[in-house]
Design a protein around this ligand. Sequence first.
Ligand code: ADP
Length: 217
Amino acid sequence: MATNITYHPSTVTYPERTSLRKQKGFTLWFTGLSASGKSTIANALEQTLLKRGLAAYRLDGDNIRFGLNKDLGFSERDRNENIRRIAEVALLFADSCTIAITSFISPYRSDRDAARALHASPPSHPTQSLPFLEIYVHVPIEVAEARDPKGLYKKARTGEIKEFTGVSAPYEEPVDAEVVVRSGEESVEEAVGRIVGVLEERGLLSFEGEEGKEGGT
Ligand code: ADP
């Protein structure tokens, strides 16, 4: 642990940055079983937001494990560390006024709660929280297993992959997700439309400067 370090705060506040960038930053945290559809929906959502002229960037499970987290495996401890790092990176994206879209199984409730808590009180500006929305992509395990696009469930059942979520490792369902997508019943387009609707309702796709301008200030 480093000791002789001091946090150097930015001179630009989050509201100022939002106004200058003309966009709010926040994190959309996808969670769900493997093959539930997190990456597919997150990818389509990212595209939709980009086409609306918004900065959005997806942090995706396997992709991050090729680089930033290539030293981590799938033990509980490594999964905790995986999620801790992702939460920190998502926070930086959100703080820079980008929409961070994370797509990780993130099976432990305590890890997701820690990511939420980090956004509620970021070290850079503890009194200015950044919005954090959990999106639970829910699907019965039988449906996920029947999809099995990467053949992972098959390997988990034969024991070739150990500690596989839903088969030989736990998945703790969210209790307070802002959006629940039932990907066995809802199409990708429907899910994206509903998520965008929630973001609009919460005023996350507009910024205060817009309303201010209309008010002549
Ligand atoms: P995850 O990221 O959760 O592991 P993926 O998105 O990689 O899941 O894989 C989900 C698979 O399920 C894809 O092959 C996708 O085409 C398929 N699929 C079928 N219906 C849906 C749906 N309604 N939403 C998302 N994915 C779906």
